[in-house]
Write a protein that binds this ligand. Structure first.
Ligand SMILES: O=c1ccn([C@@H]2O[C@H](COP(=O)(O)O)[C@@H](O)[C@H]2O)c(=O)[nH]1
Length: 273
């Protein structure tokens, strides 16, 4: 029987001794010279990054927009096949932030879990339970709900107070923890750029996994993130870094530089645990 998302993630945290997640946001304009212009450049770049960073991470997070904008869905499929074969222990989180009515959500769920065979997908809760239910019906798959996003503009809506005076992001956290998580496979997105809110979400949801983007290129503070977001077991987070690792060097040493950046980030996270 295959493992659930949270079983796989629990094992990855322990075996990798890492809460770092490598984000795959491949931008052809920033590719090293040696692969520029190749028809399979996106696949080759991401494959090399995965090989360089796999020893230091608890999972990988491809951001689907970077593949779809280039018409590179086939390269994403091939890449994820490669990851499943070479690194079966690493959970794959498809960052797609989907949100639509139920019948359309069923198609998005099929895309994430059948076409790409991801272990988890990110979804937007704005349209409510029936828009998220199609993902939840895949009982072993992770459903990672946007809660307190890492961008400044997230406050425009996420800080609005609900009728009982609770900010919307905490209402979402409570809804997911208390009502949507019947399969125990839900997680929340909370930005490292907001450690105070990260601590409040952690307090509200117990040991639930959190996907935490915002360190590295967005400037989130690693020690503050670890202190605010760790669960009682000293794990609990997939702390994502994309650009700071992918483009650590634009020179011939890009693979080694990515490996060094991933190692240094993992160590900085662990030093704060
Ligand atoms: O609140 C959010 C949700 C998702 N993201 C995604 O994470 C990475 C961050 O990339 P960096 O280069 O490490 O800044 C990217 O794929 C975003 O789409 C986020 O940043 N914030």
């Amino acid at each position: 029987m295959s493992m659930t998302f949270t079983e796989k993630l629990d094992q990855a945290w322990v075996h990798s001794n890492s809460m770092l997640m490598i984000g795959l946001d491949p931008d052809p304009q920033r590719f090293p010279a040696e692969i520029q212009g190749r028809p399979d450049a996106i696949y080759e770049f991401c494959r090399a990054i995965v090989d360089a960073t796999a020893p230091y991470v608890c999972g990988i997070k491809p951001q689907i927009a970077y593949f779809a904008s280039q018409g590179a869905e086939a390269q994403l499929e091939a890449l994820l096949r490669y990851v499943r074969e070479q690194y079966p222990q690493l959970p794959i989180v498809l960052d797609a932030k989907r949100g639509d009515i139920g019948s359309t959500a069923e198609q998005y769920a099929q895309e994430a879990f059948e076409r790409y065979q991801a272990d988890a997908v990110t979804v937007n809760p704005y349209m409510g339970y029936d828009s998220v239910q199609p993902y939840l019906s895949w009982q072993e798959k992770g459903v990672i709900v946007l809660c307190r996003t890492s961008n400044k503009g997230g406050s425009d809506l996420q800080f609005v107070e609900t009728i009982d005076g609770v900010p919307l992001y905490l209402h979402v956290a409570g809804l997911v923890a208390d009502r949507w998580n019947a399969n125990g496979q839900c997680a929340l997105v909370v930005g490292a750029t907001f450690p105070e809110e990260l601590a409040k979400v952690r307090e509200r949801v117990g040991d639930m996994p959190l996907l935490v983007p915002g360190i590295g290129a967005q400037g989130g503070d690693i020690p503050a993130t670890v202190k605010a977001g760790s669960n009682q077991r000293g794990t609990g987070m997939m702390i994502n870094s994309s650009r700071a690792i992918l483009y650590a060097s634009g020179g011939d040493d890009w693979r080694e530089a990515a490996a060094r950046a991933a190692l240094a980030t993992r160590d900085a996270i662990n030093a704060a645990r």
